[in-house]
Design a protein around this ligand. Structure first.
Ligand code: CAA
Length: 261
């Protein structure tokens, strides 16, 4: 396995990979090498056929407090433009396996955007989400303005991005940013995310990845195109052995034994 400086990787369940951002002294500020390591670890987990789901979490007081401000402060427009600054962040949206974010503490700026690029977000009551870029003379650059607007609508997105106000875990839950809050307690949210990952791992990988593909299409396509895409992918599921196995197991009143084929 690869050695990393800014993240930790482990396998808490045979089919669930856990990636922990490990730069707690800087509240897991997302410096370029950290993001490169994260993308690499995600690609490795995606390529490993024994992994069915990936959990991403922070450490200490933060999921991640944003892009690294100290790294960014002296960048010139020409450097940012020529080097496509932050463009590699979106590499993780090409990962096919479901990614579950387990958020406790700060998820600010790029940290909030990182969570939004995951497929499911679970949050502890300590979680705080925000897009405070405006306080430091910039705007969201990792997708926050676009992804938030699609999830929580215009007014709430405007308020978050224009005032920089941090919202509570409860607000994030009420607004639909997170799927649910997990009970208070050290490590509880990661434990729950791993349990969700384990549940996903009991399904066929093909079907879990197909679900991810069609749900994400809802954010890109209009309804007519999206419905057509879903129907086509649905039709193609009949070509899988796991569809035959899943439906015969139901008819025979037994548990299916999926082989990811
Ligand atoms: N970048 C670099 N370093 C950061 C950081 C960041 N985004 N966030 C925190 N840190 C560092 C602090 O500089 C500090 O380091 P030192 O100990 O060396 O001084 C350490 O982490 C601990 O932070 P604080 O002392 O500030 O802790 P606090 O409890 O007083 O405050 C906080 C916590 C409110 C989260 C505060 O750290 C903060 O406001 N952080 C910045 C949040 C922010 O603006 N994020 C957006 C970044 S821009 C962005 O992300 C652009 C984009 O869209 C991609």
């Amino acid at each position: 396995t690869t050695e990393y400086n800014y993240i930790l990787t482990s396998r808490p369940e045979p089919a669930v990979a856990l990636i922990t951002l490990n730069r707690p002294k800087a509240l897991n500020a997302l410096c370029s090498p950290l993001f490169a390591e994260l993308n690499q670890a995600l690609r490795e987990a995606d390529a490993d056929s024994s992994v069915s789901a990936i959990v991403l979490t922070g450490s200490g007081r933060a999921f991640a407090a944003g892009a690294d401000i100290k790294e960014m402060k002296d960048i010139q427009f020409a450097d940012a433009y020529k080097n496509r600054f932050l463009e590699d962040w979106a590499d993780m949206t090409r990962i096919r396996k479901p990614i579950i974010a387990a958020v406790s503490g700060y998820a600010l700026g790029g940290g909030c955007e990182l969570a939004l690029m995951c497929d499911i977000i679970l949050a502890s009551p300590t979680a705080k989400f925000g897009q405070p870029e405006i306080n430091i003379g910039t705007i969201p650059g990792g997708g926050g303005s676009q992804r938030l607007a699609k999830i929580i609508g215009k007014s709430r997105t405007m308020e978050m991005c224009l005032t920089g106000r941090m919202i509570s875990a409860q607000e994030a839950s009420d607004w639909g940013i997170v799927s649910r809050l997990v009970k208070e307690g050290e490590g509880e949210v990661v434990k729950e995310a791993i349990a969700v990952g384990k549940e996903i791992a009991s399904k066929s990988q093909i079907h879990a990845q197909a679900v991810k593909e069609v749900v994400n299409a809802a954010y890109d396509l209009n309804l007519t195109e999206g419905l057509k895409f879903e129907r086509r992918i649905f039709h193609s599921m009949f070509a899988t052995k796991d569809q035959k196995e899943g439906m015969s197991a139901f008819a025979q009143k037994r548990t299916p034994n999926f082989t990811n084929e």
